[in-house]
Write a protein that binds this ligand. Structure first.
Ligand code: ATP
Length: 271
């Protein structure tokens, strides 16, 4: 199968309103990605080059992918998404060709965004990968070459996401390449409230459920884990009674012990 097949131009169906909280991150992204593509003349007026690449980093399950999709959807920009590991799992030579192909497509449909999910798989620090005729080094070199094609890249912005910022090659993080870095943290209390509210919207929640208490109990949970808690609580209610018409506090209590925060110990030190 061709590596190109994964690179489809799509319009994701995620909106900003599907994402709980993170208001300042949404704004920062609009400034960094949407504005340069929509108002390039304003940057020229100021005598600066708009940012070419933006990296989202933070713990897993905290909506980095969702944010990228919402940005593409709501800005009306063309969106090309690539998963780092998928690109790397190609026959020799295919990966580099795929990188070239992505940029070619992006230029053809500009203004556009290329989203590299799990960038760490693609842009590992040079010399850190073993063997394999160093596909990784060649892919990275190709990526840098494409990003340096300033003229052609005028209307293409690179958005990337990773859980492991420490693994990204320094050369890629230089000004003129990926020069804006946005941290997407574990959800704070306000963001957790919004995520619960988004979920509760379509769930029959009993009056005995105390949202404030749930917010306190999910202090170190990711967004994805909070959603898993809600789902688990609903399943527990159904297990108890398949005709159940509400989810009660006791179901949430049980769900909270079944779904515990999983941020791997090995990742903890990065956030
Ligand atoms: P990874 O690093 O593992 O790829 P990620 O940060 O890209 O994770 P997403 O895949 O965007 O995370 O999010 C995982 C899921 O968690 C989403 O599909 C969504 O259901 C939920 N989620 C996480 N954060 C939020 C949020 N703030 N509002 C609504 N849903 C959220």
């Amino acid at each position: 199968p061709s590596a190109m097949r994964e690179v489809a131009i799509d319009v994701p169906n995620v909106s900003w309103s599907d994402i709980g909280g993170l208001g300042n991150i949404k704004l920062k992204l609009k400034q960094a990605v949407e504005w340069p593509l929509k108002h390039p003349e304003s940057f020229t007026q100021m005598g600066i080059q708009p940012p070419k690449g933006v990296l989202l980093y933070g713990p897993p399950g905290c909506s980095k992918t969702m944010i990228a999709k919402a940005l593409a959807n709501e800005s009306g920009l063309n969106f090309l998404a690539v998963k780092g590991p998928e690109l790397m799992n190609k026959y020799v030579g295919e990966s580099e060709r795929a990188v070239r192909e992505i940029f070619r497509k992006a230029r053809a449909v500009a203004p556009s965004i290329i989203f590299f999910d799990e960038l760490d798989a693609l842009a590992v620090e040079r010399g850190s990968s073993s063997g394999a005729g160093n596909v990784a080094d060649r892919v990275l070199a190709q990526l840098l070459t494409e990003m340096d094609g300033i003229e052609q890249l005028k209307d293409v912005t690179i958005l990337a996401a990773t859980n492991r910022p420490d693994r990204i090659d320094k050369a890629l993080m230089r000004p003129g390449r990926i020069d804006r870095i946005i941290y997407v943290p574990l959800p704070d209390a306000e963001t957790r409230r919004e995520i619960f509210n988004l979920q509760f919207h379509s769930m029959p929640i009993s009056n005995d459920v105390d949202l404030n208490e749930l917010i306190l109990q999910t202090d170190t949970y990711s967004g994805a884990e909070i959603i898993a808690v809600c789902r688990e609580a609903a399943l527990l209610a159904l297990e108890e009674d398949i005709q159940a018409n509400c989810i009660m506090k006791k179901h949430f209590t049980q769900a909270l012990s079944a779904v515990t925060p999983r941020l791997p110990e090995s990742l903890r030190r990065f956030y």
